[in-house]
Design a protein around this ligand. Structure first.
Ligand code: N01
Length: 542
């Protein structure tokens, strides 16, 4: 605990403004209260939840186990909450987040239905002026961005969409009332994690469904199941151990990380390992050997295994061939986890269009026109993804010293120190920002690490009577170079993925998250703090 009014602090409306009330913003608010700071959270949505507030599409489900995709900071919360399935569905995650908001009485400091449009640093006073859509400006010492890595949804600018006579949806902005596709002709555009989840669900309702696929993706079955009390209680008994193991791991999750190369084992052993991982389900598959992300020959063996599975599941040979990924190494685009995705293409009411061979030209009043055909539809589901990691930040007019905008600073790729602060932007924190492990991990663990690091940093500032903390330019340059170097040692950099910014026309081609792993990253952050916040400029006055 510290005094909320350390002598270094100027007069402001709040000590801290937090942008976003998802997993990150809620824990940040709780942490700020705990250390005695006043805070206001601004949230665009009408309630808490962030990603899980918006992604209400049928089939929306997390691909990290429910027991792990939850906060660990409060033991009672962790012990009391009961999950019902191995992988939690969106309504259950949202219910959990709402429960957390109630339990810690968080809503009273959150202003909903409020979009932040600008955040400007005033060099003279050393405070942040944060502006919301209704024109209000509030001031704070600290501006903490908890705006999410996958929150700036992206609907490609298809010509003619405004003329479409039916209804269209984006998976990331799904209506609150359930959508009924019964009897309809429906198109799903996009076959990433969202498209792969929504497709089997829509197929069960629609009269016919046409999936427009530009790039086939690798997907591993989830084999979701109801969690038994015994499994859950057993996990909870060992929660402390499980959480510590997850936090020290590469992905912040309890995968079985193999120590063997795929190239050093016999064909039988390799087959056995892949079979076991496939039957187990989920992203654990990509950890079957320790070189799948680094060595193309090793990766090809895993990719070929999944390709064979697709050809076994999908009955029509032409459709199976179209669904088979060939242009990227498995895992270098985010691996998908599905329930019945490939098998859905065996249904008589489902068709697949290769939107790379015959791209979508325009949308008309009646449907979708490709270069060689026309598809009449009543509804379109855009599962076309996000301006990931940086989009939610650059859509806000954030300005640091000398009025320099973050968007301009990042015009040739995001630059941060540790993914959490930016040179020239004092007292601005970016939770799970670019250059941190964020969405390459079980993001709740990454969020907890960031929130706790920021909390300790603010305690340090109060103790030292500091007004400002800011990434040093050289430290930032070195971190950016380190992030680049680690990424270049992996196959990730060869894929046209959203990790690489490749899904947004004109976005610089940079590996956005830090690939070094959560455990390694946490150690680096802890060392930096232990060395008196090495690489940060700290000042007592503005
Ligand atoms: O988005 P995506 P997402 N014409 O960017 C296609 C997390 N998540 O919402 O690959 C035709 O992955 C695009 O094609 P291409 C998870 O981290 C997790 O599915 O660019 N198609 C691609 O197929 C995930 O990775 C969960 O060639 C067009 C698709 O749209 C991240 O969110 C569930 C197109 C976009 O795929 C984003 O996933 C859901 C065009 N003009 C999401 N433009 C779970 O936990 C784009 N596409 C399970």
């Amino acid at each position: 605990m510290m005094s909320p009014h350390s002598p270094a602090k100027p007069q402001t409306d709040y000590d801290a403004i937090v942008v976003g009330a998802g997993f990150a913003g809620l824990y940040m608010l709780h942490k700020l209260r705990e250390i005695g700071l006043s805070a206001r959270v601004f949230e665009t949505g009408s309630d808490v939840g962030g990603t899980w507030f918006w992604n209400r599409y049928p089939g929306a489900r997390c691909d990290v186990y429910s027991m792990e995709y939850s906060y660990s900071f409060d033991e009672q919360l962790q012990q009391e909450w009961v999950w019902t399935e191995r992988y939690p569905a969106q309504p259950e995650i949202l219910k959990y987040i709402e429960h957390v908001a109630d339990r810690f009485d968080l809503r009273r400091d959150i202003q909903f239905d409020t979009r932040v449009t600008a955040a400007h640093f005033d060099e003279e006073t050393g405070i942040w002026l944060v502006k919301t859509e209704d024109g209000t400006t509030v001031t704070a010492c600290y501006c903490i961005m908890a705006s999410g890595a996958l929150s700036a949804s992206r609907k490609p600018d298809f010509e003619g969409l405004d003329d479409f006579g039916g209804t269209w949806y984006h998976t990331g902005q799904w209506p609150h009332d359930p959508v009924d596709f019964t009897g309809q002709r429906v198109a799903v555009i996009g076959t990433g994690s969202s498209g792969i989840q929504v497709t089997p669900m829509v197929a069960q309702q629609a009269a016919n469904l046409t999936v427009f696929q530009r790039t086939p993706n690798f997907s591993i079955p989830a084999w979701n199941y109801p969690l038994s009390n015994a499994e859950q209680e057993n996990w909870k008994r060992q929660a402390a151990h499980h959480r510590a193991t997850a936090k020290a791991s590469k992905s912040g999750a309890l995968y079985q990380y193999s120590q063997r190369s795929a190239l050093e084992v016999s064909d039988e052993e390799r087959q056995g390992e892949f079979d076991a991982r496939w039957s187990h389900g989920g992203a654990n598959f990509t950890h079957a050997f320790n070189d799948l992300f680094k060595n193309k020959a090793a990766n090809d063996l895993a990719a070929d295994y999944v390709r064979r599975k697709i050809s076994e599941i999908v009955q029509n040979k032409d459709i199976a061939a179209k669904l088979t990924p060939t242009d990227h190494a498995i895992g270098t685009k985010r691996i998908c986890v599905d329930t019945d995705y490939y098998a859905t293409f065996n249904r008589a009411n489902v068709a697949l269009v290769d939107a790379r061979a015959t791209p979508i030209q325009r949308i008309t009043k009646e449907g979708i026109e490709t270069t060689d055909d026309f598809y009449p539809v009543d509804s379109i589901v855009f599962a076309t993804g996000y301006d990931a990691v940086t989009g939610a930040l650059t859509r806000i007019d954030i300005r640091g010293r000398a009025g320099k905008s973050l968007k301009d600073k990042w015009s040739d790729g995001p630059k941060t120190y540790l993914g959490i602060m930016v040179a020239g932007f004092p007292n601005l924190f970016t939770l799970t920002g670019p250059g941190s492990p964020s969405i390459l991990t079980n993001v709740v663990m990454s969020i907890e690490q960031h929130v706790e690091w920021v909390g300790n940093c603010l305690i340090h500032m109060a103790r030292e009577e500091l007004q400002l903390i800011e990434a040093d330019q050289q430290a930032e340059d070195e971190w950016v170079e380190h992030v680049r170097e680690v990424a270049n040692g992996t196959l990730h950099v060869h894929a046209d993925s959203w990790y690489m910014g490749a899904n947004i026309p004109g976005k610089p081609r940079v590996m956005l998250p830090y690939v070094g792993g959560l455990g390694v990253y946490t150690r680096i952050c802890d060392e930096v703090a232990a060395e008196g916040y090495r690489g940060f400029i700290q000042s007592k006055t503005a």
